[in-house]
Design a protein. Structure first.
Length: 132
């Protein structure tokens, strides 16, 4: 977690809001592992950020998690997204777009989704894939 994000005291009123955001984001991240097109990485990063402001226990659990821990450490240490993660994200977006092309009849919606996925993929591939 960035050092600029000082954890809030557990007595602060926003603690419960950040905790809710952390758990909601974590739930969406888990769904993103299963549902093509739903991002995982962004929700894990949001969950870690919110947990750092609300629950040291949840933040530590995320940091030491078998799947999410390395992602968070890589991001914290230079915004790194591994090549494997880039490929998985790109293939997931391609699968989601293919499903949309086959099932959605409203072409402007498909085009808008394709544009969003293209921007997301371009940003992902612009990130370094190993620590400097």
């Amino acid at each position: 977690m960035p050092e600029a994000c000082e954890p809030l005291s557990p007595r602060r009123p926003l603690r419960w809001l950040w905790l809710a955001v952390a758990y909601l984001s974590l739930g969406l991240a888990v769904l993103g592992v299963i549902v093509p097109g739903l991002p995982t990485t962004e929700f894990v990063l949001l969950a870690a950020w919110a947990a750092s402001r609300s629950s040291p226990r949840l933040a530590a659990w995320l940091e030491n998690h078998r799947l999410f821990g390395s992602l968070l450490r890589n991001w914290r240490d230079g915004g790194v997204i591994t090549r494997r993660t880039k490929w998985l994200a790109s293939l997931s977006m391609l699968l989601a777009l293919t499903i949309m092309l086959l099932t959605v009849k409203h072409l402007p919606s498909v085009a808008f989704a394709a544009l969003g996925m293209s921007c997301g993929a371009a940003w992902i591939w612009s990130r370094p894939d190993r620590r400097q």
